[in-house]
Design a protein around this ligand. Sequence first.
Ligand code: 13P
Ligand code: SF4
Length: 301
Amino acid sequence: MMIEEIRRLKKELNAVILAHNYQVPEVQDIADFVGDSLDLAKKGAETEASIIVFCGVRFMAESAKILAPEKTVLLPVRDAGCALADMVDEDNLKRLKMENPDAATVCYVNTTARTKALCDYCCTSANALAVVQSIPEKKIIFAPDQNLGHWVKSQTDKEIILYPGFCYVHKKIKKETILKIKGVYPDAEVLIHPEVDPKTLELADYVLSTNGMVKRVKESRSKRFIIGTESGLIHRLKKENPEKEFFSAGNALVCIDMKKIGLGDILWALTKKEYEIEVEPEIIEKAKAALQKMVEIQRDT
Ligand code: 13P
Ligand code: SF4
């Protein structure tokens, strides 16, 4: 019943439901589009719908609003945030910029709109290296995920200054767990997200964004995969590849904020038009330039 009501309201209001790959299964299943941060940002910018119900975390909904300010963007749970995005201290970032006037500032999309407004370029895990390579400056401040920054640094000769942020979910992915699974299934392909510690990344067959993993699993001839990211992605992988087997690279790899939204919250969002994302016009103007570059640059994972 709730599902039918959501579908009815969606049509009546000309709304679209976008969901991140980490959302709970029932939210992924009702969404019009499920994807990673890069594809969701692009979908939000190009949709013809007048309302976007963003099932993800706040920075994703904010990015949709910045790229399409004329649309109503709803985040069904007000406090669905990202602990990594909240690690940026504006004063620290401003100080780093002042100390390195010759550096360009690249921020991960997992940042608040205010942080993006302080940056020159934005990237996601899918195009971080491509964004950095496209920049004329030789010196780059990369914030806030130090593991992603480290991964980019290992593949470029640019000078990368890292900001000390991390994701608590990806931090739980350990080498030992992957080695144990490999000990039983040596044929399993290891796919790891670049937010994971560099020591663990050494075990990866592929370092990929969440959509990069979706694509790799589809193309690969392997039958088994060890998935080094938040466990919500496994629902989509299983659904799209029922003949393949997936092992999470850790126990309880759960992003609490990504799991806050349920069907009831989507119904509420559509009924009450809550919670509307609002970003100050001057922040939109500054952050939009950085985000625009992110959506223009092709994915490399
Ligand atoms: P993706 O951009 O790979 O979907 O990752 C988003 C994220 O929040 C990772 O923790
Ligand atoms: Fe943020 Fe980590 Fe959750 Fe991704 S998994 S939204 S980086 S806290």
